[in-house]
Ligand binder design. Structure first.
Ligand code: ARG
Ligand code: GLU
Length: 689
């Protein structure tokens, strides 16, 4: 008897949410988690996190641009985010004469703050379950196509109503749980956002791509902006007459610091995860897609590095491109490794076997087989498509040619594209990339998938090298003056240009040969996942499910904790300035700290200055810049990364290994004061301890 109780408890436990710190929860439903949060140390209420009736913490969090998070820290619209989130804006203001990437930038008063064309921040006004309204008029007898059109019409209606009469409102209806649920999100979007401060890259990107995704970490990854509004506090285009935005809520800052075990939560906009996919999808990611893409990017990165090391101007030009190419490249490596090490594929297979047995006779019977056969059809096409994006679309001149062709009738837009393209274009890199990418395409894409056009081209030239020479000798797209002066009258010339023709031919191939199969199977895959997702929820009735990330606002909670990346090693969760000094090396670009910091340190007393810390919060790309908050909802850090060994958390969160990396807010304050000499900014912040 006893034994059988024990066994059933064990069996139950296997299906329980053991992984307490896994999850990216919807703020409006946080009341479902609040008891758990409070039992782990949180001292506020669900209403404090999200409320439509009163100002709540959500009113101090923004989507920064279209892929990062930021937090408001003063009543005058002051905003913190990551250095790497502000990077492209900092770069755009930089030149050899005033190189803010290299030297940092500090506005000494409001008039020195720098406007950033195109940069927006979006506050979530409200979110709402609209599943009923979205599916109004739908009946199960309808086809998928009819269902889609019902959803489209209803969503458009909801969106139109939501934004009516409001200034700067944007709304969208998002599918959660693969379309088992729909939520409306309404945002207020501000368009005048100015740069206030940024450390030099030697602090803000300290450790560079060497330390990226790694612990121990010592990156001062922050930048500071200010949101401006019109006189009525509404969103407006940039104008010198705009005034600092007065937010409903701003974060108080805690200087009390963190200790292992402390409760933390991250409030931000995670971009994309796939926690509920099948073993086939995981295997494709870890064993096929990631390794192939890693190899292609290695080729590209080596080329960039070679020219960047040789010329400081090229280093500035390619800083942002290089960082973003390297970033996911390294993430994929950690992810593929983590999945192998965790035996995620095998674990998923086991789970699927149990699911299959349970699903017999239910409406979920057969869904896994359907998915498996869809993947089998899709994957070869999808892989060819991934080659298309990683090779053809990484040759800058080809994409540029196509963009210009689309702008021929709009001279202003065209001039602007040409200006921003050539500012950061270095032809020798692009030429080498063309050669490397076409060679890889020829070598690695399955013979039956290669476009006939490509094979003929290559045969007629005899080699990729000869092809490259001819392309760059003949194309007009390497000539800034020529491009800037193109008009509608030049359409024939543009369409006959070899760069345009190559781009167009590959695009045709993608569009005609790959896309139809990919789109159709993907649609069926999504459809099958709608069932499989619901099936998993019915199968594990006791488990709390959170929807996969989709760049909507989420709360992740956990605690400060180190981890053991390998047998015999334990990583402590806190790093300090002492570690920066240990890494400091003027001969290595990534570790060459500013002399000011060396001098400050030499004066003594700064060994214990905190820099970064680790916690168990479940985060992903998009969470960069997110506020990291303590049990009282006060700001203690800014999220900026995850540890390499844990990057499989987008697919498989392992509570033992998965850690987010945050900047300790005290290091940001140290920089403002000691390096930026901009402590006037403290006057508008609110410190609680
Ligand atoms: N890994 C972080 C993220 O995914 C930081 C990236 C920026 N830093 C860099 N060295 N590339 O965005
Ligand atoms: N650096 C990432 C970002 O830009 C966050 C790291 C991650 O993927 O968790 O959002």
């Amino acid at each position: 008897m006893k034994r059988s109780i024990l066994l059933s408890i064990l069996a139950l436990m296997a299906f329980q949410p053991l992984f307490a710190d896994e999850g990216m929860w919807l703020p409006s439903l946080i009341s479902q988690r609040i008891a758990d949060m409070q039992s782990k140390g949180f001292r506020l209420s669900a209403e404090d996190i999200y409320s439509v009736n009163q100002a709540s913490l959500k009113d101090a969090v923004v989507l920064f641009g279209s892929g990062c998070t930021g937090e408001v820290v003063s009543d005058e619209g002051l905003l913190f985010t990551n250095h790497h989130c502000g990077f492209s804006y900092i770069q755009r203001h930089s030149s050899i004469e005033h190189d803010y990437l290299k030297d940092g930038f500090w506005a000494m008063n409001r008039s020195e703050e720098l406007p950033n064309k195109g940069l927006t921040v979006s506050f979530l006004d409200r979110m709402e379950d609209v599943t009923g309204a979205v599916l109004r008029g739908y009946s199960p007898a309808m086809s998928e196509k009819q269902r889609d059109s019902v959803i489209r019409v209803n969503s458009a209606d909801l969106v139109a109503k939501a934004v009516a009469g409001g200034k700067g409102l944007r709304a969208s209806v998002e599918a959660l749980f693969y379309g088992n649920q729909y939520f409306l999100f309404v945002y207020k979007v501000f368009r005048d956002v100015r740069l206030v401060g940024a450390p030099s890259s030697s602090i803000g990107k300290f450790g560079g791509d060497t330390d990226n995704w790694m612990w121990p970490r010592h990156t001062g990854d922050f930048s500071i902006f200010r949101i401006y509004a019109d006189k009525d506090n509404n969103p407006a285009d940039y104008s010198p007459d705009n005034v600092p935005y007065r937010p409903k809520k701003s974060f108080r800052i805690s200087r009390a610091g963190v200790r292992e075990g402390d409760f933390t939560f991250v409030y931000g906009c995670p971009g994309s995860t796939k926690e509920y996919v099948t073993s086939d999808e995981v295997r494709y990611t870890a064993e096929v897609s990631d390794p192939r893409k890693i190899a292609l990017r290695t080729l590209r990165l080596d080329i960039q590095k070679k020219y960047m090391n040789a010329d400081p101007a090229v280093r500035i030009q390619y800083a942002s491109k290089n960082a973003s190419t390297a970033n996911v490249w390294k993430k994929w490596q950690g992810e593929a490794k983590g999945i192998l090490k965790n035996h995620t594929v095998e674990a998923k297979q086991k789970y699927e076997n149990a699911f299959r047995t349970w699903a017999k006779g239910t409406r979920y019977e057969g869904v896994l087989d359907r998915l498996a056969s869809l993947y089998q059809t899709r994957n070869p096409y999808y892989l060819a498509y991934e080659y298309y994006t990683e090779t053809v679309r990484s040759v800058e001149i080809l994409r540029f040619a196509s963009a210009v062709a689309g702008e021929l009738g709009r001279p202003e837009a065209l001039k602007e594209s040409a200006r921003s393209f050539f500012k950061d274009y270095y032809q020798p890199i692009d030429e080498d990339v063309f050669t490397a990418m076409m060679t890889a395409f020829d070598r690695e894409v399955q013979e039956e998938f290669k476009p006939a056009w490509f094979k003929e081209k290559l045969a007629s030239y005899g080699s990729v090298e000869a092809w490259r020479k001819d392309l760059f000798a003949r194309t007009l797209f390497t000539d800034p003056q020529r491009v800037a002066s193109l008009t509608e009258a030049d359409r024939e010339t543009v369409l006959a240009d070899p760069a345009y023709q190559i781009y167009e031919a590959f695009y045709r191939w993608y569009y005609d040969d790959l896309r139809p199969v990919i789109n159709e199977t993907n649609r069926d895959i999504r459809l099958a996942y709608r069932d499989y997702m619901q099936g998993q929820m019915d199968f594990e009735k006791e488990k709390s499910f959170y929807p996969d990330a989709n760049l909507t606002l989420r709360v992740a909670y956990g605690h400060v904790e180190g981890y053991a990346p390998a047998d015999g090693i334990y990583y402590h969760p806190v790093s300090t300035l002492k570690g920066i000094i240990e890494k400091d090396n003027p001969a290595i670009y990534d570790y060459n700290i500013p002399q000011t910091l060396r001098d400050l340190y030499a004066k003594g007393g700064l060994d214990g200055q905190p820099v970064c810390f680790l916690a168990t919060n479940h985060t992903t790309g998009g969470n960069s810049g997110s506020p990291v908050l303590n049990a009282d909802g006060n700001l203690i850090g800014i999220n900026f990364d995850r540890v390499w060994e844990g990057t499989m958390s987008d697919i498989d969160f392992d509570p033992e290994i998965c850690r987010n990396i945050s900047l300790d807010i005290r290091y940001l304050l140290f920089n403002i004061e000691q390096i930026g000499h901009a402590s006037y900014l403290f006057d508008e912040m609110h410190f609680v301890d």
